[in-house]
Design a protein around this ligand. Structure first.
Ligand code: MG
Length: 207
């Protein structure tokens, strides 16, 4: 089984008169994030992390900012395309971790909703999505929202691996034994993953 990791980063400036949308949810705030699209800084960072994991380019190469089709576009469209790329390549998302860096609004009270929405958009369990937030202490960037994202992908199409195994080991029983071991390992890993409870958000620690 092969795994791939990707990272993404984005930033958008706050602007009055724009609706604020982060992580696919609308947030009540006097200012929103300026951008050619809806300015969803978190979805942009995750989109780049997914494309980066596949090494197929970045959000700008798929959706050029000057293209009128993407004016005020819902950033879920960008994320969905990256997800299609992941599926086409034969991978699935293991987990996503993110950090938002912004002075306001406070993310703590809405982190749970944001996590649910991001999980829904990525078609994964909420316990595979991390949402963290920090204030930009000492950076003098209170007018900007930044987002960082890391994703881990795993390839479930093991056919190539099995063919390699069969080519290397002549004894079919030995191949079968190895495959049984891999299968039972995968089952116990899935089992332990299912048993991990959703962590509680410590809103004191989230900006
Ligand atoms: Mg962006």
């Amino acid at each position: 089984m092969s795994m791939r990791i990707g990272c993404g980063w984005d930033s958008h400036a706050f602007q009055p008169g724009v609706k604020l949308k982060i992580g696919g949810i609308a947030i009540d705030h006097p200012e929103g994030l300026a951008g050619h699209s809806d300015g969803d800084v978190l979805l942009h960072a995750i989109t780049d992390a997914l494309l980066g994991a596949l090494a197929v380019g970045d959000i700008g190469s798929f959706f050029p900012p000057g293209d009128p089709r993407w004016k005020d576009a819902d950033s879920a469209i960008f994320l969905n395309l990256a997800l299609e790329e992941v599926r086409t390549a034969g991978y699935r998302i293991v987990n996503v971790d993110t950090t938002l860096i912004l002075a306001a609004p406070k993310i703590g009270p809405i982190a749970g909703d944001m996590r649910q929405r991001v999980a829904e958009l990525l078609d994964i369990q909420a316990n595979a999505v991390g949402i963290k937030a920090k204030t930009p202490e000492g950076l003098n960037m209170d007018h900007v929202a930044q987002a960082q994202a890391v994703v881990l992908l795993e390839n479930l199409e093991g056919d190539d691996d099995i063919a390699l195994l069969e080519a290397e080991i002549d004894d079919p029983k030995a191949v079968e034994k190895i495959l049984t071991e891999i299968d039972s390992e995968a089952r116990s890993s899935r089992q332990s993953r299912r048993m991990i409870p959703l962590p509680a958000f410590d809103t004191e620690d989230i900006t």
